[in-house]
Design a protein around this ligand. Structure first.
Ligand code: IMP
Ligand code: MG
Length: 441
């Protein structure tokens, strides 16, 4: 995620977050003056000293340059913050026919559930990442992504109260294809959220029909929950697992051998979901399976097909093989297009999500916007309308690039944070805990 290749790849047209892309370009255009400074300094080849690279020879002081960069970046972020406030006014005014300035600049921009304190978030991240102290490396896509995350968790804890946190599995809670082991530093942080009465949903694409399989992926957390003497029984009930994006719901159940009990669909399907017809689902999966099979042939993929009850995918033919990233991307785009053009897809009776999982490609019935919605309703009993609102929900995931990414869909129903590794999830949860404790005190 952080290598230069990956960041540049992330900005290719089919894999681009237009908003973050625009923010990083905004940064770049204002850094021209720093590039001039950079050129001046490189002509002098200043020696390295303990006090700083440039200061010794009486060149323009780095602290001055840093302060100027900090001031300029803060100003830019404040401008964007104001632009988002204006967008929110437009969004909440059904009578206003004109698009906001932000909508004109970034046509794909979605709804905002909270305002975003970007200037404050920049100052926080600048203290951590020394963005303004850099003279050769401009603010990057990752800098902007982390600033947005900080702004979002500041907003969700400051302007309201966080009631529901949902987490993706692979890459967010554990490394790709691995499990949540007892020693994972994520576990005590999730337990802390539960102790603070925040509800948790693990909303993963991994689609299994049995509690045993989910226990094997999540056992570190489930066992810790079962053994906890700190959490009350009702706090323990505040954890659910939503598998296959939005297809299988399990609740924590200390008396079950695998600590999870399946919840029958009749108890949690939304009225829209209940209207998805089994025949349409089968038809959609048949088209997807045929399209995936064609990709295996035409791209000569070292892959095998995997058909499930609510999903179909391709996985490496043997565990040691890696299907090239480009082939995975091409497969997602081909399958998505074929599905959109098929009669099953065109009718839009059944939503689906085609995505590149890093080592595999899956087409799932439903998507994480439905998965998170189910969690909002499941825990929303005491909330107005029986649902936890988007502004009180935070979904944390790694897949937010608009094409072929499954966490992206959660953006339409709640606030989100985009992490690139389980270590970043830990940092985010620490940031969140600090903000929540500040608010309490
Ligand atoms: P997530 O990151 O927790 O959403 O999990 C995504 C990964 O789950 C995919 O990359 C697959 O490796 C794996 N997976 C297992 N079963 C399924 C399924 O039925 N649909 C989609 N992904 C699945
Ligand atoms: Mg993931």
């Amino acid at each position: 995620m952080t290598s230069r290749y990956r960041v540049e790849y992330a900005l290719k047209t089919h894999r681009r977050d237009q908003f973050i892309g625009r923010l990083s370009h905004h940064y770049l255009s204002t850094s021209i003056s720093y590039q001039c400074l950079e050129k001046l300094n490189s002509d002098y080849s200043p020696p390295v000293s303990e006090t700083g690279v440039f200061e010794r020879q009486g060149l323009p002081g780095t602290s001055q340059a840093r302060e100027e960069a900090h001031r300029r970046y803060s100003e830019i972020l404040r401008d964007v913050e104001i632009m988002i406030d204006d967008h929110i006014l437009h969004q909440n005014d059904a009578e206003n026919p004109f698009p906001s300035k932000l909508k004109l600049l970034v046509p794909s921009i979605g709804p905002f559930f909270t305002r975003l304190p970007l200037e404050a978030a920049f100052k926080f991240q600048d203290r951590k990442r020394y963005i303004s102290s850099r003279r050769f490396v401009s603010p990057s896509f990752n800098d902007v992504r982390l600033i947005l995350n900080s702004a979002q968790i500041m907003a969700v804890t400051t302007y309201g109260t966080l009631q529901l946190a949902t987490f993706d599995g692979d890459v967010t809670l554990y490394d790709d294809g691995q499990s949540l082991e007892p020693a994972s530093p994520v576990i005590p942080r999730l337990m802390d959220l539960l102790r603070n009465n925040v509800k948790i949903g693990i909303v993963t694409a991994a689609g299994y029909t049995t509690a045993e399989r989910y226990h094997s992926r999540l056992h570190g957390l489930l066992d810790a929950l079962a053994n906890s003497t700190e959490l009350t029984p009702s706090q323990k009930q505040n954890l659910v697992v939503m598998g296959g994006e939005s297809n299988y719901l399990f609740e924590f159940s200390p008396n079950e051998p695998h600590l999870l009990a399946p919840v029958p669909r009749s108890r949690w399907l939304t009225p829209e979901m209940a209207s998805w017809n089994e025949q349409d689902i089968e038809e959609l999966l048949d088209v997807a399976e045929a399209a995936l099979g064609d990709c295996i042939k035409s791209l000569n993929l070292p892959a095998t097909l995997m058909r499930k009850d609510r999903a179909v995918g391709i996985i490496p033919a043997t565990p040691d093989i890696r299907i090239p990233r480009e082939s995975l991307e091409e497969t997602v785009l081909v399958v998505q297009k074929i599905l959109e053009l098929s009669s099953a897809g065109r009718s839009r009776r059944v939503p689906f999500c085609a995505f590149n999982g890093g080592r595999d490609v899956f087409v799932d019935i439903g998507d994480k916007s439905w998965g998170v919605t189910v969690c909002q309703r499941w825990f929303g009993g005491n909330s107005p309308g029986g649902i936890i609102k988007g502004e009180n929900t935070l979904h944390v995931g790694d897949q937010f690039l608009s094409a072929g990414a499954n966490d992206f869909r959660a953006r339409s129903v709640g606030t989100t944070a985009w992490i690139a590794s389980p270590a970043e999830t830990v940092e985010l949860l620490d940031e969140l805990a600090e903000l929540m404790s500040k608010k309490l005190s």
